[in-house]
Design a protein around this ligand. Structure first.
Ligand code: SF4
Ligand code: SF4
Length: 478
């Protein structure tokens, strides 16, 4: 007698088709009628294999249900009830971290900013690093930028394409150093037989025609931090004297969009309790200004701050995300572009069957470099002694990296072990967790409902597209 039970999964429907999202393999599986009947007959209680087939066979007499059941077992949709639930991926000890190549270095070229956004994690009460009175220099030097690039190439192993991201503070306040770092990185790429790609994040208020020419000529991806129409932008994104930045930002962004066409220029919006009209913001940024991609992220903050999103704020956010995601779906089925990048990023991960042991690349393939050259998990931790992973002079502290990766593995986040969304979430952003709970090791339990609802929306969209316009998904193959 072999007792069988259902494997860990999330069931959903799309385009009149039943699907299972299989948690152990992070695969999406379309159920045909016989497979659906076997799953239904299994229900919540273990059933003997022969009994299970006997229950379903009258409905599908011509079907080889034994072979179908074996297939369902192979993909872990069905599993032997006697076996314990599969453990989290084997982890400790990890593969020696020396063999993890670096792919991305985020250079915080300055920790200064010409704006004074009320919610900024770098300057607000939630800041991790004291960039005003602390030991960090205000601006990165040419030498530190070059050493950061050297470290990236030295630690990039067999990786063929590496990424250099410029971040701040306001990145363009140190334009001279970043503009000299680009040709240096290109020369290093050539010397190492690799390719290098660049990304720059900016509030756009300091952009000049000369800078725009440079960004276009060097083929640098640009993400503009912007919050939408004038009233939304000016709510938080203000200069030090309190005046709004919309009218300064707008003409510069228009020029950027007009001149720099080799890469999509993205907008990144921070959602707060007061800036939350997602549909209006999206429409303004795409149709009225001309951004090709718009991504939204809820503000990172301690609970209780005025701008923090509470439960109803997250509910409102998911309702609007769904409406915008439906727009994305309609565009995809019509073969048209839609720039809601939160959907396209999640669809890409679903398509590739991503199953994360860590929420992101921070401290794994990605590092953040502080203005003085200290290496940390990512740009948001740059300069934090508690999250230090070495320096561009001394090199990567592989021991600290190993310890961080062991401590922060999903296997230690027991709250996440029964969550079907964990292959894509894996506990969520370390910086968010540190701000909320004081440690990177804590899963972001305050937004689980939102994450699961959002993942379900994206799975349904994926299923609809897979059924009705599968060629659209080819873009996620690479
Ligand atoms: S943080 Fe929440 S949503 Fe994310 S994997 Fe853990 S339990 Fe699931
Ligand atoms: S820790 Fe958070 S901010 Fe840093 S790279 Fe990961 S997701 Fe991004």
């Amino acid at each position: 007698m072999t007792m069988l039970c259902l494997g860990e999964h999330h069931a959903f429907e799309a385009a009149d088709q039943r699907y299972l999202y299989l948690v152990p393999s992070a695969a999406v599986f379309a159920l045909d009628a016989p497979a659906g009947a076997l799953i239904d007959a299994l229900g919540d209680q273990p059933v003997d294999r022969a009994e299970l087939i006997a229950r379903v066979s009258p409905e599908f007499p011509a079907m080889d249900l034994d072979a179908l059941l074996t297939e369902l077992e192979q993909i872990h949709a069905v599993r032997p009830a006697a076996e314990p639930v599969p453990e989290m991926p084997a982890i400790i000890p990890l593969t020696p971290v020396e063999s993890f190549p670096l792919t991305t270095a985020v250079l915080n070229v300055t920790n200064q900013c010409n704006l004074s956004c009320g919610y900024c994690y770098e300057y607000s009460e939630d800041k991790i690093v004291d960039t005003t009175n602390g030991a960090q220099p205000k601006f990165m030097t040419d030498e530190t930028a070059r050493k950061s690039i050297d470290l990236l190439f030295r630690e990039s192993g067999e990786v063929e394409v590496v990424h250099v991201s410029f971040f701040g503070g306001e990145t363009l306040m140190n334009y001279p150093v970043l503009s000299r770092a680009v040709p240096y990185a290109k020369a290093q790429a050539e010397a190492h037989g690799k390719r290098v790609e660049f990304n720059l994040t900016t509030n756009a208020t300091l952009l000049t025609t000369k800078m725009i020419e440079f960004l276009a000529q060097e083929d640098i991806s640009v993400t503009v931090s912007v919050d939408g129409p004038r009233d939304m932008q000016n709510r938080f994104r203000v200069f030090h004297d309190g005046s709004g930045s919309y009218d300064v930002m707008l003409p510069r962004v228009r020029e950027l969009l007009q001149r720099h066409r080799s890469r999509p220029i993205g907008a990144r919006v921070t959602l707060t309790s007061q800036v939350n009209d997602i549909l209006g913001i999206y429409q303004h940024l795409t149709e009225e200004i001309g951004f090709q991609e718009v991504g939204f992220a809820p503000v990172t903050t301690s609970p209780g701050r005025d701008h923090a999103l509470d439960g109803s704020g997250f509910d409102q956010m998911v309702t609007q995300f769904k409406a915008l995601a439906d727009e994305f779906l309609r565009a995809a089925l019509a073969g048209q572009h839609h720039g809601f990048s939160n959907v396209s990023e999640t669809l890409g991960e679903i398509h590739k069957g991503v199953s994360k042991a860590y929420p992101c690349g921070a401290g794994l393939g990605l590092i953040g470099v502080a203005t003085g050259g200290d290496v940390a998990l990512c740009h948001r931790f740059a300069g934090s002694d508690e999250h230090n992973l070495g320096s561009v002079t001394e090199g990567l502290d592989r021991e600290a990296q190993q310890a961080f990766l062991e401590r922060n593995h999903i296997a230690h986040k027991t709250d996440c072990h029964t969550c079907w969304a964990r292959p894509l979430c894996s506990g969520g952003c370390y910086h968010e967790a540190h701000t909320r709970y004081g440690t990177t090791t804590h899963p972001n339990l305050h937004y689980c409902d939102w994450i699961r609802e959002w993942t379900d929306i994206c799975l349904r969209i994926y299923g609809e597209i897979a059924e009705r316009s599968p060629r659209f998904l080819n873009r996620f193959d690479s």
